[in-house]
Design a protein around this ligand. Structure first.
Ligand code: GRG
Length: 294
């Protein structure tokens, strides 16, 4: 684990440079929207999804360079969902990634357009992914489009909105987390594997890994909302409890939630057997996320 932090820093830097190259310049007309897009993308996220994409490419013996476009596409889809999720008509939040949210700086209309523009940019970027023997551009596009659509990300947000003010069962909560969180983490690793010409068996293993890691990630996210400070998280802590949201700690309590995150992480790790030593980074990331503090 000792070498994980410098490796993560190096990957973040690489991803940030690539993001900067893919996004329209802040000086391009109309400037407001391009400034707003860059404001949210470069507000300091962990870059978890692109890093997972790069680590999955490595696990399948691929080149980082080939995985950079889908890596950036996952981060931009994630950022779009955060910009829209923070809007007054959704979760209504003032703080994200340690900064005022997009609508607080640029106004609500511009924040809606920023999310729309980021989502559109996802497809411009993913289309630049090099084809390999098993996968071509249409496969990458189908992968990310199905994740962003009404059956996954948006579907999860629908269930979330409809569940407001209700006490949800664990099963219904899992359904939301599968769609809102696990789907994009799963696609991130699948896309990385696809750029490395992953065999169907390896792609299945990445799917199992991403799904379980994604659920574990959301359980930890729910726990941190209760146990951490706003400064540490860079977003409003204690929000779930304040709006009486159904979460893992609310349904299971903190201790059982921690056990659940550990159980899901073990399942994720088990799926990595097929990669042998090449799965080392994915394994380190999964262990690190379980212990994370923000
Ligand atoms: C399309 C409006 C719309 C929403 C889709 C994904 C989603 C539904 C909303 C995003 C907001 C949210 C709370 C998602 C849950 C996943 C999650 C824990 C996000 C935080 O991810 P981190 O911790 O954030 O990786 P950073 O800022 O580090 O990138």
């Amino acid at each position: 684990m000792d070498d994980l932090q410098p490796w993560l820093k190096a990957q973040q830097k690489q991803v940030d440079t690539a993001l900067g190259g893919f996004l329209p310049r802040a000086s391009a007309a109309p400037r407001t929207i391009h400034k707003a897009m860059r404001y949210s993308v470069f507000a300091g996220g962990k870059r978890l999804r692109p890093i997972l994409c790069l680590a999955a490419a490595e696990a399948c013996g691929g080149e980082t360079e080939h995985a950079l476009a889908p890596a950036c596409a996952t981060e931009i889809m994630h950022t779009y969902s955060l910009v829209h999720d923070d809007l007054p008509c959704m979760d209504d939040d003032d703080l994200r990634r340690g900064r005022p949210t997009s609508h607080k700086i640029f106004g609500e209309g511009m924040a809606v357009l920023t999310g729309d523009a980021l989502l559109t940019e996802v497809f411009t970027i993913i289309a630049q992914t090099p084809s390999c023997k098993r996968y071509e551009v249409k496969d990458y596009v189908m992968e990310i489009a199905s994740t962003g659509g009404s059956r996954r990300l948006i579907g999860g947000q629908v269930l979330d909105l409809e569940g407001e003010g209700q006490s949800l069962s664990k099963q219904n909560l899992i359904r939301i987390h599968e769609a809102k969180t696990a789907a994009l983490l799963t696609s991130s690793v699948r896309l990385g594997g696809m750029t490395a010409n992953a065999t169907p068996r390896k792609l299945d293993a990445l799917t199992t890994f991403g799904y379980n890691l994604g659920l574990a990630f959301q359980v930890i996210d729910d726990i941190l909302d209760v146990t951490q400070t706003t400064e540490m998280l860079g977003k409003t802590a204690g929000k779930d409890e304040a709006v009486a949201k159904s979460t893992y700690p609310a349904i299971l309590g903190l201790e059982k939630s921690r056990n659940e995150a550990a159980r899901l992480t073990r399942k994720a790790l088990k799926a990595l057997d097929v990669f042998g030593k090449k799965g080392k980074r994915l394994e380190q990331i999964a262990r690190y996320l379980l212990e994370r503090e923000y």
